[in-house]
Design a protein around this ligand. Structure first.
Ligand code: PEP
Length: 257
C-alpha cells in the first residue's frame, strides 16, 4: 500500500477525439491542483490507449487497458493481446470485471490465464471481484469472494502480488446508482485482506491495495475512501467527465492515507 489509487474505467465510451479532450482537461486540472496522495489511472478503450498515452506525456496519470486476450498471440480475430496493449502504452489492465464475467462468460479459469499472462508481460493487474445481489441476499458474499480470489489467483506467486491491485465491486452496485454503504464495503475489504493472509502468508493483505468500485460519485467518495481498508476507487460512470472525476480525486486527496 502507498498512495490511494483512483482508477477510471471508461468502458465502451469515448471516440479518439473525445478521449483526447477528456485527458487534456484532466491533465490541466491536475496541473492546477496536483494529486500528491493519489495515483490516478485512466483505462480508455483499446482504440484510444496510444493516443491517450501520447497526450499524457509529462503527466503522472497512468494508462490502463480494460481487457486482454487469454492467449499470447494467434489467429483470434478481434482479440487484443497483453503485448499489444503494453506496446500501446498501457501499464495496467483490468481483469475479472463483472461485465466481462457476465456478458462474455469469463470464468475463473479464463481470468486466471489472463492474470498470469498480464503479469508475464509486465502489466499490472486491477483484479475485480464481487457478488451479485442474489448472492448477497443469500448470504453468500464471503463464499463468492473467497472462491473468485482463490481460483482467479491460482498459481500466482506471492512475489507477483505487488503487481496486483484488488478491486471489490459488488455487481449490484455497478452502474446502478446503488452504492455499498461504507460499512458494507469496509467489511468485505477487511475480509479480502484476511483471505490474502490465508492464501499467502500473514501480513500479505495489509500490503496490498484494495479498491472499491460500484457507483462511486463525488457525493459518496469521501465517506467510502475514509474507511480504513479502502485504498481507492475504481470508477465507471463518474470518470467520463473531467470535472466529476476530479472531485473524486480531490476526495481522495482530502482523506489521504
Ligand atoms: C465499474 O465499471 O468498474 C464501475 C464501478 O462502474 P460505476 O462506477 O459506473 O458503477
Amino acid at each position: 500500500m502507498g498512495k490511494n489509487i483512483i482508477a477510471g474505467n471508461w468502458k465502451m465510451y469515448k471516440t479518439n477525439p473525445q478521449a483526447v479532450s477528456l485527458v487534456r482537461q484532466l491533465k490541466r486540472r491536475l496541473e492546477k491542483k496536483p494529486a500528491n496522495k493519489t495515483m490516478v489511472i485512466v483505462c480508455p478503450p483499446f482504440t484510444a490507449i496510444s493516443r491517450v498515452k501520447d497526450e499524457l506525456k509529462g503527466s503522472k496519470i497512468a494508462v490502463g487497458a480494460q481487457n486482454i486476450s487469454w492467449e499470447e498471440e494467434g489467429a483470434y480475430t478481434g482479440q487484443v493481446s497483453a503485448q499489444m496493449v503494453k506496446s500501446a502504452g498501457a501499464k495496467y489492465v483490468i481483469i475479472g470485471h463483472s461485465e466481462r464475467r457476465r456478458y462474455f462468460k469469463e470464468d475463473e479459469k479464463l481470468i486466471n490465464r489472463k492474470i498470469k499472462l498480464a503479469l508475464k508481460n509486465k502489466l499490472k493487474v486491477i483484479h475485480c471481484v464481487g457478488e451479485t445481489l442474489e448472492e448477497r441476499k443469500q448470504n453468500l458474499t464471503q463464499d463468492i469472494i473467497a472462491n473468485q480470489l482463490e481460483w482467479d489467483l491460482k498459481g500466482v506467486k506471492a512475489s507477483e502480488l505487488k503487481n496486483i491491485i484488488i478491486a471489490y465491486e459488488p455487481v449490484w452496485a455497478i452502474g446502478t446508482g446503488k452504492t455499498a454503504t461504507p460499512s458494507q464495503a469496509q467489511e468485505v475489504h477487511a475480509f479480502l485482506r484476511t483471505l490474502l493472509d490465508v492464501f499467502y502468508t500473514e501480513g500479505t493483505g495489509k500490503k496490498m491495495s484494495v479498491l472499491y468500485g460500484g457507483s462511486v460519485k463525488p457525493a459518496n467518495a469521501e465517506r467510502l475512501l475514509s474507511q480504513p481498508d479502502i485504498d481507492g476507487a475504481l470508477v465507471g460512470g463518474a470518470c467520463l467527465a473531467a470535472n466529476v472525476f476530479m472531485k473524486i480525486i480531490s476526495a481522495s486527496e482530502k482523506v489521504g492515507k
